[in-house]
Design a protein around this ligand. Structure first.
Ligand code: MSP
Length: 519
């Protein structure tokens, strides 16, 4: 991979009618890990997130709050920006769909589709769900409570009849299928790709892309009685943030097509059928990859305010600390699967993987160096087979983890890294450096050097997941700021004699009694 190869990763833009919860934190943290990983790997990264501010749902929420929609958005959007700070998210940009840079790009794309004959005016009649901001076919609806028909997502639907502009989606069926065929890794996981392909094969109808029965949106260029359908508006954020309609230079030229749109499974169709068709129809390339992750339930149930099991990122971070939450979210579930959040599970990971396995290893090694090696990186002698075996595993880690991250298999990447944590713990027990202090101090120094080098690798590689804790560990190993990227793994081994600061724990244990008191 050439150095500085661009990498563009995006989260969905979040609806401002809602406040952030665990599910949103999940999507955003996953993207942050990718962005940090790629930066450390020498790539030029753009990491985009933002807020989705138009549409009927937001208009209704504003009305319920008794304020104008723009004011409502201005009030709620900061909560989403706050979430990125709370979770230590390294996004390079935050786009709001009410910003002029976005509106201008949406208008331009609309005109481009119109110019290419992809849009026509017609009459819509069919089912619409405001909660999902989605149109549903009659045959997609399922039976809900009291025999009422509802969307497959469980959302209420209403019958809609109005004059709408349509996008000629039906004309794109074969070209979409050909594109999926030619780009086998563009939709992941595989089961989701199959789902999309069978949806498209079952036949596509032209898509309504404007609304007339409310007004909170971007007016259709040339016919302001209509506002642009909120999903068309929202999807375009991925290119307006790159400066679209300027395509020949600037960020668009560098970063498009996106390397990855990360989305939840509920919004897959928008991101792989509609979005791809819009882009192809406008003469633009679809994103290289869309990954649809699973959904979290909370203690067995769908999260909802009314059930009182709505988990906010803030309460988790306050209780467990940020890095444990980030680690847990990506370690606990095979990425792509659904899962259930439980406090027991997070405490188990925190005290097991983090405090016991990794934290203790670091603490033991650094404390021994501090006490027995004059608080400086020890000078190693010749390495034995056991030392070489551990160091060999450590040096192979990046090559093992890189393809796992490229496939968004975060849980596997962490498992791979923690296998080395376990190997290092076994090595400490076997080599028993504390017992060598008197009889063979030179051997003790060699063992402690191998362990310190192992810790340096582990700290550098865990930075994307647990950035604060990893930074703390790198500080304790006196690793310079400029020597913390992946190139430094081999280029900058620890220098014997480097003075080390006093060691401090990096992952404090979580004590259950405190949790009970906090309840
Ligand atoms: N505004 C649209 C996205 C437009 S992108 C052009 C939207 N917003 S959302 O705020 O409702 O959802 C944003 C993301 O949060 C989605 O990827 C969704 O899957 C994710 N999650 C919402 N609840 C979730 C869980 N309970 N669990 C995991 N992810 C969940 O959709």
């Amino acid at each position: 991979m050439p150095a500085n190869q661009p990498y563009f990763v995006t989260t969905p833009i979040y609806y401002v009618n809602d406040l952030p919860h665990l599910g949103h934190a999940y999507t955003t943290v996953a993207c942050d890990v990718l962005a940090r990983f790629m930066r450390l790997d020498g790539r030029r990264v753009k990491f985009l997130t933002g807020s989705d501010e138009h549409g009927q749902k937001v208009e209704q929420s504003a009305r319920a709050a008794g304020i104008a929609p723009q004011e409502f958005c201005d009030r709620i959007s900061p909560a989403w920006q706050e979430m990125t700070r709370l979770l230590n998210i390294s996004n390079d940009d935050f786009i709001r769909t009410t910003e002029p840079r976005h509106v201008r790009g949406v208008e331009a794309l609309w005109r481009e589709l119109e110019r290419r004959g992809e849009i026509y005016l017609g009459r819509f009649s069919g089912w619409y769900s405001v909660r999902d901001e989605a149109f549903y076919d009659e045959n997609e609806l399922i039976e809900g409570p009291q025999g009422r028909r509802i969307a497959p997502t469980g959302a209420e639907v209403e019958w809609l009849e109005e004059d709408n502009y349509f996008f000629r989606l039906s004309a794109w069926q074969d070209r979409l299928l050909a594109w999926y065929e030619a780009n086998p890794d563009a939709i992941a996981p595989r089961s989701r790709r199959n789902e999309v392909i069978s949806f498209v094969k079952s036949g596509l109808r032209d898509l309504s892309i404007s609304r007339t029965s409310f007004s909170w949106g971007i007016p259709v260029p040339g016919n302001p009685k209509h506002v642009i359908y909120v999903w068309l508006d929202a999807l375009i954020n991925y290119i307006t943030a790159l400066g679209y309609p300027e395509t020949s230079d600037g960020e668009f030229a560098t970063f498009w097509p996106a390397d990855l749109h990360m989305v939840g499974k509920d919004i897959l169709r928008f991101h792989t059928v509609y979005w791809h068709a819009f882009l192809l129809a406008a003469g633009l390339e679809p994103p290289r990859r869309v990954f649809a992750h699973g959904w979290w339930t909370a203690e067995g149930q769908k999260m909802s305010k009314s059930l009182g099991n709505f988990i906010t990122p803030k309460e988790l971070v306050d209780r467990y600390g940020l890095d444990p939450v980030r680690y847990f979210l990506l370690r606990e579930l095979p990425f792509g699967n659904d899962g259930d959040f439980s406090h027991r599970a997070i405490v188990g990971r925190l005290n097991g993987d983090l405090a016991n396995d990794f934290g203790n290893l670091a603490q033991r090694v650094l404390a021994m160096i501090n006490r027995n090696c004059d608080a400086a990186v020890p000078e190693p002698g010749e390495f034995t087979e056991a030392d070489e075996e551990l160091l060999g595993e450590v040096r192979e880690l990046l090559a093992r983890v890189r393809p796992q991250i490229a496939e968004q298999a975060f849980h596997l990447a962490l498992e791979t890294i923690w296998r080395v944590v376990s190997a290092a713990n076994r090595y400490v027990d076997e080599q028993a450096p504390w017992a060598l202090r008197r009889g063979d101090p030179a051997r003790m120094r060699t063992v402690l050097y191998a362990l310190a080098e192992t810790l340096r690798h582990l700290a550098i590689l865990t930075q994307p997941f647990v950035p604060d804790a990893a930074a703390k560990l790198l500080d304790q190993l006196a690793v310079l700021q400029g020597q913390r990227d992946f190139a430094a793994l081999t280029a900058s081994p620890l220098q014997p004699g480097t003075r080390l600061p006093r060691p401090e724990g990096i992952f404090p244990r979580f004590v259950e009694a405190e949790a009970a008191a906090g309840n």
